[in-house]
Design a protein around this ligand. Structure first.
Ligand code: DX5
Ligand code: ZN
Length: 220
C-alpha cells in the first residue's frame, strides 16, 4: 500500500496560538489541514466559522480540508469557499438534497467531499458518487475530538472502497475520528487513503514524529 495522506485536525490544537499551530504541522510534514465546523445543531458542539478559516489562510500553503457538520448547509458553502477552503465536506445526513449541495460545492471550484456518520449505511452515497471527489467515513460520532475509533466502521470502509473503485474515477476515502498509528493501519488496509487526526497529532509533543507514526502505521 502506498502511504496515506495525513490531515491534522486543528480542533485539538491550541486555539490561542492557532497561526503557529497551523505553521507547525506544515513544517512537520502534514499533507492537508482539516478544519471542523460545528453548528450546535447537527452535532452537539460549536467550534469555528469562516472567520478563523480566512484568518488562517495566509499562514499556510496546505490545502484546507473543511468538514461542515452543519444542517442545513447550503447557505454556508459559498462563504467557506471564499474563506479559502480547497475541499468542502458536507454530511449525507445534513438534509434531503445532498445532490444539490454537492453541485453547489463544485460550482465554487472546490473539491467535494461527502461525510457519512457511523449509523448510516454505505448505500446512502451511491446515487451521488459521480459528484464526489472524496468520501469521509466518520469512525466516531461527530462532535468531539478524542473519542475511540469504532472498528464497526471498517466493513463500511471496505464497501465504499469497492464502490469508489467501480466508478473508474479516482475517489479518495478519508477516515475521521480516533485515528492512531494502530487504527490508521486498520483503516488503510480497509481502503482509506486519507487519515484525519486531531489528538494523535496535536496531543503529541513532537508533531513530525506523530505524523510520521501515522503515515508509516498507515502504510504497514
Ligand atoms: C470530530 C471531528 C474530527 C476530530 C477528530 O467530529 O470531525 O475531525 O477533530 O479528532 P480525533 O482525531 O481526536 O478523534
Ligand atoms: Zn472532521
Amino acid at each position: 500500500l502506498s502511504s496515506p495522506l495525513i490531515a491534522p485536525s486543528v480542533l485539538s490544537a491550541d486555539f490561542s496560538r492557532m497561526a503557529d499551530e497551523v505553521a507547525a504541522v506544515e513544517k512537520a510534514g502534514a499533507d492537508w489541514l482539516h478544519l471542523d465546523v460545528m453548528d450546535g445543531h447537527f452535532v452537539p458542539n460549536l467550534s469555528m466559522g469562516t472567520q478563523l478559516v480566512s484568518a488562517l489562510r495566509p499562514h499556510s500553503r496546505l490545502p484546507f480540508d473543511v468538514h461542515l457538520m452543519v444542517a442545513p448547509v447550503d447557505s454556508y458553502i459559498a462563504a467557506f469557499a471564499k474563506a479559502g477552503a480547497d475541499h468542502i465536506h458536507i454530511h449525507v445526513e445534513a438534509g434531503p438534497h445532498t445532490h444539490r449541495s454537492l453541485q453547489h460545492v463544485r460550482d465554487h471550484g472546490v473539491k467535494a467531499g461527502l461525510a457519512i456518520c457511523p449509523a448510516t449505511p454505505p448505500e446512502a452515497v451511491e446515487e451521488v458518487l459521480d459528484l464526489v471527489d472524496m468520501i469521509l467515513v466518520m469512525t466516531v460520532n461527530p462532535g468531539f475530538g478524542g473519542q475511540k475509533f469504532l472498528t464497526s466502521q471498517l466493513r463500511k470502509i471496505r464497501t465504499l472502497r469497492e464502490m469508489a473503485d467501480a466508478t473508474g474515477r479516482d475517489i479518495r476515502i478519508g477516515v475521521d475520528g480516533g485515528i492512531t498509528p494502530e487504527t490508521a493501519t486498520l483503516a488503510t488496509q480497509a481502503g482509506a487513503d486519507v487519515l484525519i487526526a486531531g489528538t494523535s497529532v496535536y496531543g503529541q509533543e513532537d508533531y513530525a514524529r506523530a505524523i510520521n507514526a501515522l503515515r508509516t502505521g498507515g502504510a504497514s
